[in-house]
Design a protein around this ligand. Sequence first.
Ligand code: EPU
Length: 432
Amino acid sequence: MDKIVINGGSPLRGSVEISGMKNAAMPILYACVMVEDKCIIENVPNVRDVALSLDILRGMGAKIRTLGKNTVEIDCTDVRQGSSRPELARRIRGSYYLLGAEFGRFGKAKAAYPGGCDFGGRPIDQHVRGFEALGATVTTDSSSCVEVDSENGPVGANIFFDFVTVGATINVMMAAVLAEGTTVIENAAREPHIVDLANFLNTCGARISGAGTDVIKIKGVDRLHGCTYAIIPDMIEAGTYMVAAAATGGCVRVTNVIPKHLESVSAKLEEAGAIVDEFDDAVIVTGRDKLRKANIKTHPYPGFPTDMQPQMAVLLCIAGGVSYVSEGVYEKRFRYVEELLKMGAVIKVDGRTAVIEGGRPLHGAEVQAVDLRGGVAMVIAGLIAQGTTEISDIYLIERGYDDIVGKLRALGADIKKISYPDPDEEPLKKAN
Ligand code: EPU
């Protein structure tokens, strides 16, 4: 198992360029299944979940060519319905976008029940309700697979989600693009990656309006054509470097960002005493000696993102005063706290709230990445801790962070990756 080793204490300084957004890349890559033509996708992040998704699509018959470091050409003309390899698909969450894409194109879909980070129960009932509203019969077996079936493909309908869900909004929007008639999704999620997916699909000939608001209208079309499309910058990767800059008392220019997407993170950093300067496509974050407490409650966009909760919690460990961090999206997203305690943090978790007694210096320790964002939070903790921190299970961090070690080294961090052979990867490699 690979590890990241950090000798903490160096303030981050310099400039870091943000990659394409993982959570936009995933639906856009799977949406290519609906296009019987070539799509050229640019600004694709070099992260594990994307590499695995490309493997899944290749295994289904997609022709994929790498045209540059971050550009791929995908031709899904010959993709076979229901042929995704379950042992790959169940390793990530994003593979469930195959359901919406296959249902749209073939009128039926089959994929493994999705995996992803462990935050307690992650049901897919709203996806199922949405597909059923579009005329499908859905069978789910949480231990194996999900099957969507219909007589004549999706038929437009009005859908009101019980609560805001990114995944179900995306899945239903995808299927509705090739449905007969018009679909209206109410109480839709408003995340920037939903807008990005809608822009991609519209560039392919779809007729989606209202993405980015809570009502999305989709007029079904007969077919989609290929296009060239660039994925938006990753606001969570950007937010992670912003927090790392502030927490280490450094000064970092974070480039290739859309500052509007970062407003909730910028506001919290300023509340905690950091300085955030915004430019057209960059932000500069300057840390201060004395950071102060701030309370956080995570919400769907435009609220403070759940995917920034663990990183911000690390900063609050060294900020003066008592901070309250409430998780408003997931049942259990505090598994990383146990690891932070090993580094000297003082945090009590009560249900969905963590109470952080700040102003405590962190010290290096052997810790584990428990999930993607919980893992990167350990990297930030290692950067500010006195002494050496060793982080295991870093493949979880690499699921969503493009060259994190290289980018942090360029900012002056004393960080390295130590590689060991990965026993879990072997059986899959052999099966290829
Ligand atoms: N939920 C249900 N039923 C459903 C769908 C969702 O109960 O049918 C619940 C979930 O269990 C959760 C909440 O609703 O408690 C919100 O789930 P949502 O559908 O919004 O999230 P997701 O599609 O499972 C995506 C990202 C997550 C990110 C969330 C929220 C991908 C592949 N995953 O998950 O990303 O936290 O949206 O923004 O896009 C990450 O990148 O680290 C990550 C976890």
